[in-house]
Write a protein that binds this ligand. Structure first.
Ligand code: AMP
Ligand code: MG
Length: 405
């Protein structure tokens, strides 16, 4: 199969249809999810007029002209802390002591803070507490209206909108325990290679520790996905078994290693044997050109090179738009920007090359160590810079397209 262009491969990722179906997700966990329906508030928030401070509620006309030398004197007829169910009738010349979050009685139109009031001799107030108010205050001062945040019937979020933590809080404030969200792709990682050993195990001769599945699992978690991860030797029977057991249970299987043309690269043959349809094998880019996309029934299989940086770069370039399309969540795609090379880059390339780099104030800093087997130099990078195909060297100051990771 001939290598296809980056653009053609990306188009296939972007054209994937969103997964059908939705699930009710508890509001505690819904940030990062895409709403599957318009969500309308069944209540006002706050549900009642409330006090924004600790003080006294009354009719503002009763404190007109009040000042420190001539305070207004009101009779306290109730106490309304937050959560208080009692309803108070507050007549002219009367007040209630109220705490932040308490319901403002219907007869009252203003609240004053306790620092502008004090208790006086109770004898003139029929035994009830007499309150001196030292300041006049206008209509609806310190008065939080019912529905200040949002009103009953307001659309809190539209179908297709990504829910963030603030919106999750609002959905809870509207009383929802769970909300309908689009189904998330179920993702499995399969790191292949007879040389790879689990971190923490003794390292045998000829072995290396598996960094790819750890990279991918962490990266997926950063993007909001839990992924299953497993490893597999370069053994067609084991590969067949592990892959076939994942079809149907996962929407996307991301493999690393064994996808090139070496003797131990069994992925293309095994996938064909399992009846998977190969959509492409080979993309004109560096690194990670043996990239392959296949599908078997409803499961997509994205096969990345085993080289750690190649796997990381092609995950960003291709898995992210695929995840974005399957999740109907465009925010999963990389943002594009531009930057200029801070230093010359020595090599040219027959295909576009994606360099790990750090973009800061418009300048691209490319770390030493840019081979596809090196991962450490990617730590701290915040983008992939696209060097177009062509002869090198690339001079400092060259303007490049950048994908933020
Ligand atoms: P492959 O794509 O299988 O030809 O592997 C390319 C290179 O990546 C080889 O040097 C492998 O040893 C290395 N490699 C493959 N899988 C992993 C992995 N999971 N973690 C770290 N390096 C790997
Ligand atoms: Mg290999």
């Amino acid at each position: 199969m001939d290598a296809i262009s980056v653009e053609a491969a990306l188009k296939m990722m972007e054209q994937a249809l969103p997964l059908p179906g939705f699930e009710n997700v508890p509001v505690q966990e819904c940030a990062g999810r895409v709403a599957a329906a318009d969500i309308v508030s069944p209540i006002d928030q706050p549900p009642f007029a409330r006090s924004p401070l600790d003080g006294f509620a009354f009719r503002s006309e009763d404190v007109r002209g009040a000042h420190p030398e001539r305070p207004a004197r009101l009779q306290q007829v109730g106490y309304a802390p937050a959560g208080c169910k009692e309803t108070f009738a507050v007549g002219p010349g009367q007040c209630v002591r109220i705490m932040t979050g308490g319901r403002i009685p219907a007869d009252c139109d203003a609240v004053i803070g306790i620092e502008d009031a004090s208790y006086a001799d109770t004898s003139e107030c029929d035994g009830a507490a007499a309150v001196l108010i030292y300041k006049e205050i206008g209509h609806h001062r310190n008065y939080v209206f019912a529905g200040e945040d949002f009103a009953k019937g307001d659309v809190l979020c539209r179908a297709g909108e990504r829910i963030d933590a603030a919106l999750a809080g609002c959905l809870a404030a509207a009383g929802f325990a769970a909300v309908p969200a689009r189904r998330r792709p179920r993702v499995a990682i399969l790191a292949t290679g007879s040389e790879i050993a689990a971190p923490g195990s003794p390292l045998g001769c000829g072995k290396i520790y598996d960094s790819n599945s750890v990279y991918l699992q962490n990266r997926l978690r950063e993007l909001g996905f839990d992924a299953d991860a497993a490893v597999c030797a370069d053994d067609p029977a084991q590969l067949k078994d592990l892959l076939s057991r994942r079809f149907g249970s996962f929407d996307l299987i991301i493999t690393t290693g064994g996808v090139s043309v070496g003797d131990a690269d069994h992925m293309p043959v095994v996938l064909a044997d399992l009846g998977a349809k190969v959509l492409f094998h080979g993309v004109s880019l560096k690194p990670g050109s043996p990239l392959m996309l296949a599908e078997k029934d409803e499961t997509r299989i994205l096969c990345l090179s085993g080289n750690p940086y190649a796997a990381a770069a092609t995950f960003e370039l291709f898995a992210r738009p695929l995840l974005a399309a399957l999740s109907a969540d465009p925010s999963l795609r990389m943002e594009e920007a531009e930057g200029v090379l801070a230093d010359p880059f020595p090599k040219g390339s027959a295909a576009a090359r994606y360099l790990r780099a750090r973009l800061k104030d418009g300048l691209l800093y490319v770390p030493q160590g840019h081979s596809s087997g090196q991962l450490l130099s990617m730590a701290g990078c915040n983008c992939l810079a696209e060097l177009p195909a062509g002869p090198g060297p690339h001079p400092a100051g060259e303007l490049l397209n950048v994908y933020l990771i």
